[in-house]
Ligand binder design. Structure first.
Ligand code: 26Y
Length: 820
């Protein structure tokens, strides 16, 4: 304790205040009269960082000493959200620090809000990676998150005249107090060029990759704290830089422009996150990004083995690598290259190690989202890897040929190379062949993978397939974002539920307790009042905290069917205008989410939502009964405000399309009821909370498939009300007389409707009526709300990670003792 528990890092309030003011001077170079709120935030962040470094050092020491088996989570995205509040929660000093800061006359919440969140992900997949590393640290699993330190994360969305516009996310502008640069562990990554044969000193025939360019990967480490333990794991993100030697050689030749271009090109690799979560067509830079972080990470892992004096033959014993979708799937070929080319290991042994190292998680059933790279493009970036993939493929297809005698069609379907028309490398196939385990992210999704997208692989290797239903971390999504509810729960059942979410079950009896229900309601109302103030500040409109808060927040996608929701809102508006005295449960419809910048239909849906919001807000006839809000720039921080205030969670994707969903879990934990289809994890949520506490509607995945198989005609599902809705839109009513504005949307629905909006519309409307009726029985609704929360234990990412550890990684926990 002498070494660490000093003036600089002591946890007492007084020591913390001194440290904070010290940092203001010595880190920020400011004194209070000149300091901005951001200066105060930085000083606070550094004071917290000082207090977690001891854990980080102790953890590194424990893992090094014990040579622990380590999980490497490979992901192109980590959607972390702000660190400060989360670190305070996990350190167990949130309240203390809040008090210290207010005693200094500062507003703690204002300081928390200064943090520019690291938005290094698009949505579900990136946020899942963040929840997973939180849970791994909490469960004391030695782990490294490996990814890219994008200089610009997911764009900042602004709504201008109802349309989405994008602004660059300059999250590093004021510096990032949570990361530590590790220049001594930089590695070189080759790209492009060609391969050639040569004979080594022992006259062995070998292959040399002569790269066209080389970039340097520099690691930036961020500590990931466990919840109230001594573990601090590492998120290691790579920044791309130009190798100095390259710079100088061009520079010395007097080619200054060339030297600068080289530097600029190198840095481009980690410049920006692609804002798509579905499709990227033939973008060389994207493949280069994927290879860059994968190669840097595998080289880093080999360095760790060298330091620990472990032979590379034991790579798969030291490390379990999880591939977060196919974005890092090139790792299969890269590990083979490192072992076979660089370390001269026999192919069979290298392949054995590779297959024992990797496991692959699939996150999508949409066929257009499966990553394929045009062969020529692939060859120009990774010539050596293409040869390795050919070799892997030849050996793989030999195996298939024997298993499925004479089945040529099957060979073509399974091949790592798609040979119909233009040739492509199929990344999902590479991931399947090179992994010992393949999983989906919810029961239904994992079943559909076996029946559909990966059917041939399932028939070949049924033992590789399994399910790992997603989860979310209750530390961020309850303790941090919903302190009122968390305090009430802890008062009722103690606070160990935050480490063992199944204990929420103990809340069930409280659903019968009128006084408890009253407090549950008061908390939801207080959260709604806070949220209403936030909406007033952001959107300038008043929403009524007494109305039902009905929320759909997620990326904008046709398969997620935000348009089904807004069509229903228009139907309600029409009912109110047609019958002004109709009995009507007041509702506030809240939408939020980003559209991929080139996804025109998604952007048009945003415009429609905003146009309806605008009309409804200006129409005195529906005032106080119907409101629509589009929340700009939905991200982790805004999520933390909206989930606690929500009463109804919209999970309305076409059945069979949403792999899992994770927002659905955040809502349910925080006491919102779900209106949803039999899709993704909705099915398991309904199973857990009970059918009577869930509003189900719509076709099942099977019925969707049948309907499509029969030849779906949306017009056959046209009802009088739906007709009114479409006519109203087409009349220009929401577009100031412009009858063309929403044509692409309405025509698309009338003539194609690939996601069966019309087929589900009536069932949805009917279900929404039931919601409104249920909401009027206040006590009944509160009971259902409490039961949703009480039965959400399964959806902790701690449960998910325990399953990955037991079934895939075989990684035991390693508790950390604080060094003194
Ligand atoms: C290839 C590139 C364009 C791409 C980039 C990001 C493709 C996909 C993605 C992201 C996909 C994603 O976020 N999928 C979601 O993963 C969640 C976590 O498993 C699921 O809950 C959710 O249903 C799924 O859509």
């Amino acid at each position: 304790t002498e070494l660490y528990d000093d003036e600089r890092t002591a946890l007492t309030k007084e020591a913390f205040k001194r440290a904070f003011l010290d940092n203001l001077l010595y880190v920020q170079g400011k004194f209070p009269a000149l300091a901005s709120q951001n200066d105060y935030y930085q000083a606070l962040a550094y004071a917290v960082r000082d207090r977690l470094l001891q854990r980080w050092i102790s953890t590194a020491a424990a893992y090094t000493k014990q040579g622990s088996r380590t999980v490497a989570y490979f992901s192109a995205e980590f959607l972390m959200g702000p660190h400060l509040g989360n670190n305070l929660i996990n350190l167990g000093i949130y309240e203390q620090v809040r008090e210290a800061i207010s005693e200094l006359g500062l507003d703690f919440d204002t300081l928390l809000r200064q943090e520019d969140e690291p938005g290094l992900g698009n949505g579900g997949l990136g946020r899942l990676a963040a929840c997973f590393i939180d849970s791994m640290a909490t469960l004391e699993i030695p782990s490294l998150g490996y990814g890219i330190r994008y200089e610009f994360g997911i764009f900042h969305q602004e709504i201008v005249d109802g349309w989405q516009t994008e602004r660059t996310d300059k999250w590093l502008r004021f510096g990032n107090p949570w990361e530590i640069l590790r220049p001594e562990w930089a590695v070189e990554v080759k790209l492009g060029g060609h391969t050639e044969q040569y004979r080594d000193e022992q006259e062995r025939l070998r292959i040399r990759w002569v790269p066209g360019k080389v970039v340097v990967g520099v690691p930036y480490d961020t500590p990931i704290l466990g919840f109230r333990n001594n573990t601090a794991n590492t998120l290691r993100l790579w920044k791309a830089e130009a190798p100095e030697s390259f710079d100088f050689s061009t520079f010395n030749r007097g080619d200054y422009g060339g030297a600068v271009r080289q530097k600029v090109w190198s840095e481009t690799l980690s410049k920006v996150l692609y804002p798509n979560d579905e499709q990227i067509q033939g973008k060389t830079l994207r493949l280069e990004q994927q290879y860059f972080f994968v190669s840097a990470s595998l080289q880093d892992m080999m360095r760790i083995m060298r330091v620990q004096k472990l032979p590379l033959e034991r790579f798969h014993e030291k490390f379990a690598v999880q591939l977060n979708d196919t974005h890092p799937a090139i790792a299969v070929a890269e590990l083979m290259r490192l072992l076979v080319d660089d370390h001269v290991m026999p192919w069979e042994q290298a392949w054995d190690i590779t297959c024992k190292t990797f496991a692959y998680t699939n996150h999508t059933l949409l066929p257009e989202a499966l990553e394929c790279w045009p062969l020529e493009l692939f060859k120009s970036v990774l010539p050596r890897h293409l040869d390795l993939i050919y070799e892997i493929n030849v050996r793989f297809l030999d195996e298939v040929r024997i298993r499925f005698y004479g089945d040529e069609a099957r060979l073509a379907r399974l091949s790592l190379i798609d040979e119909h028309g233009e040739r492509y490398v199929r990344m999902a196939h590479l991931a399947c062949v090179g992994s010992h385990t393949i999983n989906g992210v919810a029961e239904l999704h994992s079943e559909l993978l076996k029946q559909d997208v990966l059917r041939d692989f399932y028939e070949l290797w049924p033992h590789k397939f399994g399910n790992k239903t997603n989860g979310v971390t209750p530390r961020r999504w309850m303790a941090l974002s919903n302190p009122r509810l968390s305090d009430l729960i802890s008062e009722a059942i103690g606070d160990s539920w935050l480490k063992n979410l199944d204990e929420l079950q103990k809340l069930e009896p409280f659903a019968q307790d009128a006084a408890f229900r009253q407090r549950w309601r008061e908390i939801k109302l207080a959260n709604k009042v806070d949220f209403a103030a936030f909406v007033k500040e952001r959107n300038g409109i008043n929403i009524d905290p007494a109305s039902l808060f009905d929320v759909q927040v997620k990326r904008i996608h046709e398969y997620k069917r935000q348009h089904l929701n807004i069509l229903h809102v228009i139907a309600l508006y029409h009912r109110l205008r047609s019958d002004p005295n109709a009995d009507f449960q007041p509702r506030t419809f809240i939408f939020g989410g980003k559209a991929a910048p080139a996804y025109h239909m998604a952007k048009l849906i945003i415009k429609l939502i905003n146009s309806v919001a605008d009309v409804v807000d200006r129409d005195p006839a529906v005032k106080d009964r119907l409101k629509v809000v589009f929340l700009q720039n939905f991200n982790v921080s805004n999520g933390q405000r909206v989930y606690p205030a929500a009463e109804l969670s919209e999970q309305i994707s076409t059945a069979g399309k949403e792999a899992s969903g994770t927002g659905n879990m955040k809502f349910s934990m925080n006491g919102a009821l779900t209106i949803g289809t039999m899709d993704g994890a909705n099915i398991e949520i309904r199973q857990e909370v009970g059918a009577e506490n869930f509003f189900l509607f719509g076709l099942t995945a099977e019925q969707v498939a049948q309907t499509k198989g029969r030849g779906y005609r949306p017009l056959e599902h046209m009802t009088a009300e739906l007709q009114e809705v479409i006519s109203l839109i087409n009349s220009g009513f929401f577009s100031r007389g412009d009858v063309q504005m929403f044509r692409a949307l309405t025509d698309g629905l009338l003539w194609h409707d690939p996601y069966l909006v019309f087929a589900d519309f009536e069932s949805y409307s009917e279900c929404q009526l039931q919601v409104s009726q249920a909401y009027r029985d206040v006590d009944h609704w509160t009971r259902m709300s409490i039961l949703n929360s009480a039965r959400s234990g399964k959806f902790s990412s701690d449960r998910t990670i325990r399953e990955y550890c037991a079934d895939i990684w075989r990684a035991p926990s390693v508790p950390v003792r604080l060094l003194s």
